[in-house]
Design a protein around this ligand. Structure first.
Ligand code: SF4
Length: 342
């Protein structure tokens, strides 16, 4: 059976909208590079029309996504206006469904009643951690129990459910992040996003960093931890649809990133480390005597096996004393396999 194609997302940013909180790590304006108010109907329309005009795979479903704020925390008239605008595209068949992200405590039966039948297919919850102490330290203003209840509400109503978590939060150990991952997996979401904590200008975290109260994770530690979480979610059959903040040249040039494990290709780094692990395991099982070794991988994963700027190739050569390491592609190999040729 063919795997369903991942939707083509038309993102509509509603930075910080509907959110009375200020999480320690948040500077939502920096992330979305937009003003902190709801975009006008006209601007939403222009944005959607522009995205729909881009050439794309016609078989890929299209979804409009409201991100960057607390959707169900908006005033009911604002929710109604955004959904009716997006809903016009659903009615005409140009778009398949609408999705949004929201805080856990806003997912209530009353609010879900209001959006019933308005074209929403997926709701993503910003869980971030399942440790109440970590949530409190980050100033989240909700508990793990809010997340459990929110997921139960969404599942009861048949929504596709997404959960977002963070690593490297203040007071959060790697073991604690793994524990959060396991607790989220036990809720059986349809998809998960994992974000490393990055220190953004203007956030409380930036102040804590400046005064020595907070130290971000290194990029290498963050990549390894997210790799373990990715593997754990995959073992539970849960799709991980994003690892790392959405990178953009404008975001990087803005000077809003103070420090922390930001990388424009964070997800690629995670996959490269996974494929390095696989290659090491494969090579350890072989008696390497010749100075030349050839590995094979599915073409989809060639760049992952090579690693960023061929870093994996260099590491493997050094570790196993290989003079010449060649990598071949073989479309008949399973996606997650590295084998030795010959
Ligand atoms: S919930 Fe936190 S991260 Fe999300 S918009 Fe509000 S303050 Fe920012």
């Amino acid at each position: 059976m063919a795997t369903p194609k991942r939707p083509y997302i038309v993102p509509v940013f509603i930075p910080h909208a509907g959110c009375p909180h200020r999480c320690a790590f948040c500077n939502q304006t920096a992330i979305t590079l937009s003003a902190m108010s709801l975009p006008s109907v006209q601007r939403i329309r222009e944005r959607i029309d522009r995205h729909l005009a881009y050439p794309r795979d016609p078989d890929r479903p299209v979804e409009i996504a409201f991100f960057g704020g607390n959707f169900l925390g908006l005033d009911p008239p604002a929710i109604g206006s955004l959904l009716s605008e997006a809903g016009r595209y659903v009615e005409t068949g140009k778009v398949g469904a609408i999705r949004f992200s929201t805080r856990p405590e806003t997912v209530t039966a009353r609010r879900l009643d209001r959006i019933h039948g308005l074209g929403v297919g997926t709701i993503e919850i910003g869980a971030q951690s399942m440790n109440d102490q970590v949530l409190a330290a980050a100033g989240r203003g909700h508990t793990a129990d809010h997340t459990r209840k929110a997921v139960a509400h969404l599942k009861q109503r048949g929504y596709e459910t997404g959960l977002q978590m963070m690593v490297g939060l203040p007071g959060q150990s790697p073991e604690d992040a793994m524990d959060t991952g396991r607790q989220l997996a036990a809720l059986e979401p349809d998809l998960v996003r994992i974000y490393p904590t990055v220190v953004l200008r203007g956030s409380r975290l930036a102040h804590w960093y400046a005064t020595g109260r907070y130290r971000p994770m290194s990029l290498a530690d963050s990549v390894s931890l997210v790799k373990s979480l990715y593997t754990m979610f995959c073992d539970h059959g849960i799709a991980v649809t994003r690892m790392g903040l959405q990178g953009s040249e404008a975001f990087e040039a803005s000077g809003d990133i103070v420090c922390g494990p930001y990388h424009p290709a964070f997800g690629h780094l995670v996959h490269a480390e996974r494929f390095l692990d696989m290659a090491v395991k494969t090579l350890e099982g072989h008696d390497i005597q010749a100075g030349a070794v050839t590995l094979a991988v599915n073409p989809r994963n060639l760049s992952r096996l090579r690693g960023q700027n061929n870093a994996n190739v260099r590491q493997l050569k050094e570790r196993f004393g290989i003079d010449r390491l060649t990598i071949k592609t073989n479309p008949s190999l399973p996606a997650d396999l590295v084998s030795v040729v010959g």
